[in-house]
Design a protein around this ligand. Sequence first.
Ligand SMILES: [Zn+2]
Length: 321
Amino acid sequence: MLTRRLALGAGLAALAAPILPARAAAPFRGGQTAGWYRFRLGAFECTVLSDGALDLGAPHPTFGGSLVTAEQVAAALRDANLPTDRLPAQINCLAVNTGRQVVLLDAGIGASPAFGPGAGRMAETLAAAGIQPAEVDLVAFTHAHGDHSWGIVDGAGRDVFPNARFAMTGADLDFWTAEANLALPEPLRTLVSVTRDVVLPRRARFATLAPDGEVAPGIRAVASPGHTGGHVCFHVESEGQRLLVMGDVANHHVLALANPAWPFGFDADPAQAAATRRRVLDMARTDRVQVLGYHFPFPGLGHIEARGQGFGFTPSPWQWG
Ligand SMILES: [Zn+2]
């Protein structure tokens, strides 16, 4: 006999029946695709090329040093709904096709495992973006640190950009390849040693970039010392549209902006770096110029605004076509 209770049960069972027929589940595939983002800047075609992300480990003392406590850094990250136990740093390189030349601004870290397996994706990103490495005419570097310069060679030490010339400030070129600096403590010694291996075999292809010099028509360096002695930003301008490629002036879209005075562990001269950070961010805010943060969330494009005692970052809307 069909009782009301049984009828109700049968109805629930029908509701619980799977919508899709049973079959073998698809395996989880893992991995991640290479990221690139293309946009027009006046007559230039620009492409942000992701080299993946660095794993910088614990957020403190890398950010804040002895100026603040680990809890203050964790609180700032928690307020922004970011993880408090690790510090991923994206790597956003920029290719600028001026119509006459392809200029790459920073080249990623290459095959070095120094900052985890998430980095070193430039080769697949270039392929995905349809840019032939042989098309790159010039690679200009904001500074010599490995996550910006080592990407010009592959894991076997071969050229990634066979036709490219290179441009770096004399201060960085000299400091990070000086034999005498192999006597520096770690991690500086390793940075110098690997940079020597990367740069010196191709030294004749390196031009010395003046801290305010022209890289190519429409692209000029902007002196911004502190992170390294010869650090520069790049100002890119075409038909009145402008972009400020900030390099490592500010290394986190929340921590470095909200607290520009906080030292960053890899800054060569923390006081000078902090003063430069405030000056460059203030200039970007005042001029309302779009910026590219090398280690900001991909693709790293946005605007700087005043927020509290420091600054905030608003990502640019995605541009289609
Ligand atoms: Zn960096």
